[in-house]
Design a protein around this ligand. Structure first.
Ligand code: SAM
Ligand code: SF4
Length: 345
């Protein structure tokens, strides 16, 4: 039986390094650049979309850069740009270059649906972005149109080709599996990794947004099932070492150039090494994806708070970071108040 951890009391010294009350150091900020998107994936957004945030209420690049600069003085090392679809916002490579030039920041990465990558890949590489995660849930064009509710398979595919052509490394393909929708493609995705240096990661479907418990349960495919199906097809998989904060377990099919991974927020919680914090497009800090709690950083930022105040606000927000995620618990209490595109996936 796991030994329960005792929360540490918060003290001023904790604002010097970004730690939560469970002793986890926060080194990774996922910044949502926009709640807008050019797709309407069934697991993420309602068909009609959501009312977009007024642009006046969206953090400017200067504000994002400031928050990152301040947090980098306290241990932030990695920034991921996400959304909504981050590339629908103008001048993302410019922001990426600014964040990459921030002292202390070691890496700026991107999660995208790939559609606008052919347009921006070269500029992103010049801005120092070398790793990219591209969401791709099916290798069948008609099915793509059903899942993403837009007939954009060819453009998403061109986005992956463009990432390869521009030398992003690694290129991770994120695939959210849903039973009866795309779970028959597990081994087709795995096959992509055999001859190409692509890293496919199967994400467990999370009950975020407007999903009812029965609808979510009917679609949910556990990563254990995925691993069983992969092993049946490819034989024993070679486990690949990953760091403690990694949310995925990674494997290689014998002789493959790429890897397959499983990300399991539901079946295997990865909270012990959690080193991340989210910042939404409208300036809210979200300490945990499975929790509705969010902390308004926008108001103090726009009221002229000092850099030290920013650190105190973040430390305050982190006192609300739970020890463990509890997606099912929240689902039982009415579900999430926001959809994934609003939180920043
Ligand atoms: N638009 C970009 C994209 O699709 O990659 C970035 C934002 S999207 C919200 C980030 C990631 O969250 C994507 O990989 C997407 O598949 C994943 N995602 C969204 N809703 C999800 C859900 N309910 N369960 C699991 N993953 C989800
Ligand atoms: Fe848009 Fe990404 Fe959500 Fe799909 S998963 S609707 S691409 S934000």
């Amino acid at each position: 039986m796991p030994i329960p951890k005792i929360p540490l009391p918060m003290s001023d010294s904790m604002t010097d390094n970004l730690s939560d009350k469970w002793g986890r150091r926060i080194e990774y900020l996922r910044v949502s650049l926009t709640d807008r998107c050019n797709l309407r994936c069934v697991y993420c957004m309602p068909e009609e979309g959501v009312p977009y945030e007024n642009l006046d209420n969206v953090l400017s690049f200067d504000e994002i850069e400031r928050v990152v600069r301040v947090l980098a003085t306290a241990g932030l090392r990695k920034v991921r740009l996400t959304g909504g679809e981050p590339l629908v916002r103008k001048n993302v490579p410019e922001l990426a270059a600014r964040l990459n030039a921030t002292p202390g920041v070691r890496e700026v990465t991107l999660t995208t649906n790939g559609i606008l990558l052919p347009r921006y890949a070269a500029d992103l590489r010049r801005a120092g972005v070398s790793r990219v995660n591209i969401s791709m849930d099916t290798l069948k064009p008609e099915r793509f149109a059903e899942i993403a509710r837009r007939p954009e398979y060819a453009r998403a595919h061109a986005g992956i080709a463009s990432a390869i052509a521009h030398g992003f490394d690694p290129i991770k393909l994120n695939c959210v599996l849903m039973r009866g929708v795309n779970d028959d493609e597990i081994n087709d995705f795995a096959r992509l990794t055999v001859g190409q240096p692509l890293h496919v990661r199967f994400l467990e479907y999370m009950p975020i947004g407007m999903v009812t418990p029965p609808a979510w349960r009917a679609r949910y495919v556990s990563n254990e099932e995925v691993l069983t199906r992969l092993t049946e097809e490819w034989g024993e998989l070679e486990p690949i070492e990953s760091d403690a904060a990694s949310t995925s377990r990674t494997f290689r099919i014998a002789g493959a150039l790429g890897t397959v991974g499983v990300i399991n927020p539901i079946s295997h919680r990865f909270c012990d090494g959690c080193n991340r914090l989210r910042l939404t497009a409208n300036g809210r800090l979200v300490p945990c994806l499975s929790d509705n709690y969010e902390y308004d950083l926008m108001t103090p930022l726009r009221a002229g708070c000092t850099d030290a105040d920013i650190l105190h606000h973040v430390a305050d927000a982190l006192t609300h970071k739970p020890e463990q995620s509890d997606f099912e618990g929240r689902l039982g209490k009415g579900g999430s108040l926001r959809i994934m595109a609003q939180i920043g996936g």
